[in-house]
Design a protein around this ligand. Structure first.
Ligand code: ZN
Ligand code: ZN
Length: 348
């Protein structure tokens, strides 16, 4: 079957290759992939600018959904034809304290699709049923494929961060995760939402405004500090959410956050900091890291999609067949699309 494979360590070492179909174990479900979102991390692996460990060769893609084709003999709860969305934790150890306490996103043996396990930019994927979720009938595959990045934002802003109705919330970076974070923060009751971006984000800032950002700021044209100090009592943001993946963003968040406020980091950045963290101490600010998501979050996010409380229409810039992956990747890299979605060929 055809698959989009990262085969080398150079910028651009990604191509469509023929790979073997997966075999179905007795405790697994064989899925036919229908749609898969392109993640910023896929672009980084394409450009060889990623800072996390991967296997090679690697089938990319970890935001996906499809239909059940076959179930292993020990599997219950799923049948051929079921529409399902699949989590990213392809395997976990099921024995460590994190697995046993339901925090398997932090299992040290976790192998994620499209990073340490072959991913979903292909026709067939074998998955354990523990990470599959039935898709509500009214949610199309192109939307269900984006459950994963919404879960990242939900885990960060609901499970790991307190937002009080009325809070001033600043989001750094209007990429896919930033746009999802904006929508989740709005559902949490944020009072004033401010999205920060750069020259490269003009289209994405417009999408943020359409989705409810009260202020969108190109920080290369306008200083966000003055704006944020002009809101409310003038002490700054209750919460700053870093979705940019740039280490320098933390320095800006320490400036924007109010005393006793919080900074939540979703974005990864390999660069060293090279500045002092003293403002965290002096302002008694909480710095929260967040990573991935687990089963209950997926169920809740699918309900939010089903009830129309997360809007993906302006987020999805284009739906492309797998063969057209390069255009899908370029459109996200240039900022023209917040999100590109790939659809798989039935026979590919
Ligand atoms: Zn992703
Ligand atoms: Zn474990």
């Amino acid at each position: 079957m055809k698959a989009l494979v990262k085969y080398g360590r150079q910028n651009g070492d990604v191509e469509i290759q023929d790979i073997q179909e997966p075999t179905l174990g007795p405790n697994q479900v064989l899925m036919q992939v229908k749609a898969a979102g392109v993640c910023g991390s896929d672009l980084h692996m394409w450009r060889e600018s990623h800072s996390w460990e991967i296997k090679l060769p690697l089938v990319l893609g970890h935001e996906f959904c499809g239909v059940v084709l076959k179930v292993g003999q020990n599997v219950t709860g799923f049948q051929p034809g079921d529409r399902v969305a699949c989590e990213t934790a392809a395997t976990v150890c099921n024995q460590c304290v994190y697995c046993l306490s339901g925090n398997y996103n932090l299992c040290p043996h976790r192998l994620g699709y499209g990073a340490l396990a072959d991913g979903a930019f292909t026709r067939l994927v074998a998955a354990r049923p523990q990470i599959l979720h039935h898709i509500p009938d009214n949610v199309p595959f192109e939307h269900a494929a984006l459950t994963e990045p919404i879960c990242v934002a939900y885990n960060a802003l609901v499970e790991k961060t307190l937002i009080n109705p009325g809070d001033v919330v600043v989001i750094q970076g209007p990429g896919p995760i930033g746009i999802m974070a904006l929508q989740v923060a709005r559902l949490r009751g944020a009072g004033t939402l401010i999205m920060l971006g750069t020259n490269a984000d003009k289209e994405r800032l417009a999408v943020a405004a359409e989705l409810g950002a009260h202020h969108t700021v190109n920080i290369q044209e306008q200083d966000p500090v003055a704006l944020i100090k002009s809101l409310g009592d003038g002490f700054g943001a209750d919460l700053v959410v870093d979705c940019s993946g740039v280490s320098k963003a933390l320095q800006q968040s320490m400036e924007l956050v109010r005393p006793n406020g919080a900074i939540t980091k979703i974005g990864w950045g390999p660069q060293p900091l090279n500045y002092s963290l003293d403002p965290l101490v002096g302002k008694a600010v909480t710095l929260q890291g967040t990573f991935s998501h687990t089963f209950p979050t997926w169920e809740r996010v699918l309900r939010l999609l089903s009830t129309g409380q997360i809007n993906l229409k302006p987020v999805i810039g284009g739906v492309y067949p797998l063969a057209d992956w390069e255009n899908a990747f370029h459109a996200m890299e240039s900022g023209a699309n917040v999100k590109s979605v790939l659809i798989m060929d039935e026979k590919g």
